[in-house]
Design a binder for this molecule. Structure first.
Ligand code: PMP
Length: 387
């Protein structure tokens, strides 16, 4: 285990004079904090002896029903008995990896991929093999080819880890046409799919896309989270898994932490039952859309020639490609001196790739700070190209 590049950056990036385009922190300030305070007080008064007690390893049954209601927005018809409540989707990743991975097993993941998942996979000594992606998400032909090559080499592929919507860090979304293809390729090869979907309801245009899990109940483990649609401080996420996996997940959960926090689960359940949560998600979408627009127009106006970037239709992140020959990690100290922070691309690969890229997030800073951050960063990159 090694410190992720993001953790190491936190101390620097949180200094007030630094515009941080580094972290992926949701803008929880936009929540109705007074109301949430009231519902928590009410919860303790009315159901304190349950909320402050141990709970079951699988999680609160009523909350699991509510999770199914949330998943229905993406076309998933699930039974609450197949849901396991986890400490964010991060814990689901940990438990799944613990169940499936023996040292040396292969995990397939988009290149680039979510740093927290890569950290978990490598902690369990999986061998992460990246699969190419582009503006339409994971490339199914490249996926088929990678599986074929690895199979020929006698390697054991345990699962594909994918973030199909507004991916962290690339900001891209798996196209509808490719969803079927990815499932077909994995089904043919007997490769399980882990669909990690914390951003699916944060799309800026139209309805949420149909989840992979909606079309394949046996071959997909779906991970959900309230971290981005409500608040990460509750640490409430979930896994929807085929029965056999679900049973192992509950055992793994119990051996890890006995049970999730009853208090956090009931608080989230109470919020969903009493607050207009769909409206809240809509207002988050509007807030992030404005920030995305600000970042894209600032990049357009200010970035020097030779830079390119993705145009996310939802979520938190833009993936920027530097002019040929520049190394984002080498640039970072200069950027921090100029009071702007980002995450270097190498953190999002398990194999050292990514030096020519960086992740920029627009979720947390106010729009004028985003613009100022991009202005500072553009100045630093411009200087670097002149060196
Ligand atoms: N998966 C992805 C793709 C993420 O971006 C994150 C949070 N940054 C997580 C999982 C973990 O989220 P949580 O544990 O808060 O649900």
């Amino acid at each position: 285990m090694v410190a992720s590049e993001i953790r190491a950056l936190f101390a620097v990036a949180s200094r007030p004079e630094v515009v941080s385009l580094a972290g992926g922190m949701p803008y929880v300030t936009a929540l109705p904090l007074d109301l949430i305070g009231e519902l928590i007080a009410d919860l303790v008064a009315r159901r304190g002896s349950t909320a402050l007690q141990y709970g079951s390893g699988q999680g609160d049954p009523h909350l699991r029903e509510q999770m199914c209601e949330v998943m229905r927005l993406e076309g998933i018809e699930a039974d609450p008995s197949d849901v396991v409540v986890t400490v964010g989707s991060q814990q689901a990743l940990d438990l799944i990896t613990r169940i499936f991975i023996d040292p040396g097993d292969v995990v397939l993941a988009e290149g680039p991929s979510y740093v927290g998942a890569l950290g978990t996979f490598t902690a369990y000594q999986a061998d992460v093999v990246h699969v190419a992606m582009d503006d339409d998400g994971l490339n199914p032909a490249a996926l088929a080819e990678t599986i074929e090559t690895l199979t020929r080499q006698g390697r054991r592929i345990k699962f594909l880890y994918t973030v199909p919507n507004f991916q962290n860090p690339a900001g891209v979304t798996l196209s509808v046409a490719r969803r079927r293809e990815v499932l077909d390729v994995c089904n043919r090869a007997g490769v399980l799919v882990i669909e990690d979907n914390p951003y699916g309801l944060l799309g800026f245009d139209g309805d949420p896309l149909r989840a992979l899990r909606a079309d394949d109940a046996d071959g997909v483990i779906y991970l959900g989270s309230f971290s981005k649609t409500l608040a990460p401080g509750f640490r409430v996420g979930w896994a929807l898994a085929p029965h056999a996996v679900r049973d192992k997940l509950v055992l793994a959960m119990e051996s890890a932490v006995l049970s999730h926090s009853s208090f956090a689960q009931l608080a989230v359940g109470q919020y969903l039952a009493t607050q207009p949560w769909r409206e809240q998600i809509k207002s988050f979408r509007e807030l992030y859309r404005e920030r995305r627009d600000t970042m894209l127009s600032a990049l357009e106006q200010l970035m020097p020639a030779g830079c390119s970037w993705t145009r996310p239709a939802g979520g938190f992140f833009v993936w920027l490609t530097l002019p040929e020959g520049l190394d984002s990690k080498a640039i970072l100290p200069r950027a921090v001196a100029e009071r702007v922070a980002f995450v270097p691309g190498t953190g999002f690969y398990a194999d050292g790739q990514g030096a020519g890229h960086m992740r920029l997030s627009y979720c947390y800073p106010e729009p004028e700070r985003i613009r100022e951050g991009v202005r500072r960063l553009a100045g630093v990159i411009e200087q670097e190209t002149l060196l």
